[in-house]
Ligand binder design. Structure first.
Ligand code: ADP
Ligand code: MG
Length: 319
């Protein structure tokens, strides 16, 4: 079983940033309003995520790190309308198999917190006001072959920060803090989607970009796109979100390229942050363990919808 978990970890835990993504998503699934991420040495030495969510009950703590233990799916039908970020029950088990994991949590209504050490299996009373702290130390301490694939501290750190930015963009109502090697790097107050975009992509992105806003049947698209001549950063921000998840999707990228080509005849990379919401029954997010890929039931219809919406946003003479 430990081996199976380590194999699964190969898919879920690619690098420290994967821990950030999975743990922050768990915090959000627990209803957190504030999430604090603490990193040491690019996340390799430590990734620690603290939230103020509903917590984990004492008797659930050991279970949380078991493979396919999820509290979020109960029936096959639930899979058709996934409302949480997690649902596979794989992440914590995989993470626990490749680092020294402890969970400290105080479930709502519980008298005090409990701390579970996944290495020793020990469960002990602990002090914590509310919510959950998940601490992952020494990533790949027990799988040295994997450790060799890690890049420099600054590269791993950059991936961690990017993982957090992606989640933070899609959840502007939640406060996020990030620190690295005891230095505070990000401090995001809860706010509107526009405020969060400005905080993370900069005021100039907002000033120079155009708003996208469209609705058709079960689909809604909003966000901002920027003309290529303004996207002067070497790596322009390119963010697609589907139902609150950051995704990479060839069809969505293609629709955007097409719209730029049609309206601006430009060849440079577009910069954008776009949020597509669609009836969960019309999109499959269970394609890949890290859930970065999606499959649309009617991919043609989504393509046309996005193409049309972005074209209208970019058109020079808008009413
Ligand atoms: P999934 O998110 O797919 O359900 P995970 O392996 O990520 O699976 O987490 C396993 C379970 O642990 C979750 O279903 C949830 O019940 C519990 N859990 C994990 N992190 C937290 C947290 N921060 N707060 C409350 N419960 C959590
Ligand atoms: Mg999860």
């Amino acid at each position: 079983d430990a081996l199976i978990n380590q194999i699964a970890a190969g898919e879920v835990v690619e690098r420290p940033a994967s821990l950030v993504k999975e743990l922050v998503e768990n915090a959000l699934d627990a209803g957190a309003r504030a999430v604090a991420v603490t990193l040491e040495q690019g996340g390799v030495r430590r990734v620690r995520v603290q939230d103020d969510g509903h917590g984990i009950a004492r008797e659930e703590l050991a279970l949380a790190v078991m493979r396919h233990a999820t509290s979020k799916l109960h029936t096959a039908e639930d899979l058709e309308r996934i409302a949480t970020m997690g649902f596979r029950g794989e992440a914590l088990a995989a993470i626990a198999s490749v680092c020294r994991l402890t969970i400290t949590s105080r479930a709502q209504g519980s008298e005090h917190a409990w701390r579970f050490d996944a290495v020793s299996g020990e469960l002990a009373p602990a002090a914590l006001e509310s919510g959950t702290v998940i601490d992952c130390a020494d990533l790949y301490y027990n799988t040295p072959a994997r450790r060799k694939f890690l890049k420099s501290e600054s590269t791993e750190y950059a991936h961690c920060e990017e993982a957090l930015r992606r989640v933070a963009l899609s959840r502007p109502e939640v406060a996020f803090a990030l620190s690295h090697n005891a230095r505070s790097v990000l401090h995001l107050k809860p706010g509107t989607p526009e405020e969060r975009l400005a905080a993370l992509l900069g005021e100039t992105f907002i000033e120079r970009s155009r708003a996208v806003e469209a609705e058709a049947g079960p689909a809604r698209l909003f966000g901002r796109v920027i003309e290529p001549r303004h996207a002067d950063q070497s790596r322009p921000p390119q963010y697609w979100f589907v139902n609150g998840r950051f995704v990479r999707d060839r069809m969505l990228t293609q629709a955007l390229r097409q719209a730029y080509a049609d309206v601006l005849h430009g060849s440079r990379q577009p910069a954008f942050a776009l949020f597509l919401t669609i009836d969960p029954a019309l999109v499959d997010v269970n394609v890949h363990p890290a859930k970065i890929e999606v499959r649309f039931r009617d991919s043609q219809a989504v393509f046309r919808f996005v193409l049309d919406a972005v074209r209208r946003a970019l058109a020079p003479s808008r009413i």
